[in-house]
Design a protein around this ligand. Structure first.
Ligand code: AQP
Length: 321
């Protein structure tokens, strides 16, 4: 099975990205064909500064590699190193009814938050469809926030195939119900735009500060507490197995557990979990030429796969003459 997904190089990495998508991708590479890319074209919708985008791209690559993505087992590349994706985006635009894009929540939410809409933001789901369809991605691990965009990609593929025969693979979303939406410090979806994230590679003091900011209710220490309504518990459980989760649940229900105490435990857990990855990340970022070489090799493999599908698309649409 071909598993494909991407991540934007648009700032620091948070637990939502890791548990919502990256961890699953890294686990998949053991038994599946993994295609994974750094979505720098997408990030242009939120990162206008060229230097920040270039730096962020290398950092995003180092993040994924440090966390366990193996470039020898997988195809790992930067989106803009495979320009065919823009060609397919244009082709697919002609199979995308305006209403399909107008209905997208992510676009509507960003506009509602005061972001001045431009065509890049509006057309984002078409580029995302091209990202997937260009490589024949069958399964796409994403957080629940991307579910609708996946449906758009499916609709576009089906429309294209209805016209031209079975050329494009119709992808399936892979959304794990248990971790579909990782909550942030305030209980809303963890997201950079909501400034409610816990970041993966922070220095100790800053990480502790983030964890201590998790919003809790005013229940006194001695009283029993409901773990299912607690933001700290909802984040902590991501690091626990079933037995450990049950034990923590019992401590909540028994009373006597202060939020300060459990936050301190969570802070130490996050710090210790990511410490070995952070070290590897620093090593990778210490040799940027080597990092660029890994990405160049990945781009070559990705272009090989892309050219096969583009040949069919050009033939069917009449672009090849
Ligand atoms: N809170 C989340 N829960 C589950 N999955 C999440 N993802 C992001 N947040 C959560 C998943 O992470 C992958 C990478 O997404 P991205 O590169 O689009 O990251 P993002 O959307 O930039 O993350 P933010 O913080 O939510 O950014 P803004 O605020 O700019 O929209 C995707 O699979 C995504 O589902």
């Amino acid at each position: 099975m071909r598993v494909l997904s991407g991540i934007q190089p648009s700032g620091s990495l948070h637990l939502g990205n890791y548990f919502g998508m990256m961890k699953k991708m890294i686990d998949y590479q053991q038994h599946h064909e993994l295609f994974c890319f750094i979505a720098n074209y997408h990030a242009m919708t939120s990162v206008p500064d060229g230097k920040a985008l270039a730096t962020g791209t290398l950092e995003a690559a180092a993040n994924f590699l440090a966390l366990g993505l193996d470039p020898d087992k997988s195809v790992f590349w930067v989106q803009s190193d495979v320009p065919e994706v823009q060609e397919l985006t244009w082709v697919l635009s002609n199979f995308t009814p305006m209403g399909l894009l107008e209905r997208c929540h992510s676009y509507k939410d960003k506009v509602a938050k005061g972001i001045a809409p431009n065509h890049g933001l509006f057309a984002y789901p078409v580029l995302m469809a091209a990202d997937i369809l260009l490589f024949g991605g069958e399964l796409v691990p994403v957080g629940k926030d991307q579910k609708q965009h996946l449906e758009v990609a499916r609709d576009i593929a089906i429309k294209f195939n209805n016209e031209h025969g079975e050329v494009l693979v119709v992808p399936e979303p892979d959304i794990d119900d248990e971790i579909a939406t990782i909550p942030g410090l305030d209980g809303q979806k963890m997201s950079k735009s909501y400034k409610n994230t816990i970041d993966l590679f922070l220095e100790e003091k800053a990480l502790r500060k983030q964890v201590m900011r998790i919003v809790t209710d005013p229940t006194p220490v001695e009283d029993p507490k409901d773990p299912d309504k607690c933001n700290v518990f909802q984040i902590y459980r991501l690091f626990l197995d079933k037995q450990q989760e049950q034990a923590l649940r019992q401590r909540y229900l028994a009373g006597g557990l202060g939020y300060g105490e459990v936050k301190q435990e969570l802070f130490e857990t996050v710090r210790d979990f990511f410490a070995p990855f952070a070290q590897r990340r620093e090593e990778l970022l210490g040799d940027k030429d080597q990092l660029r070489a890994i990405l160049a090799e990945g781009a070559q493999k990705a272009r090989g796969a892309a050219s096969k599908i583009m040949r069919k698309v050009r033939k069917k649409t009449g672009l090849a003459y």
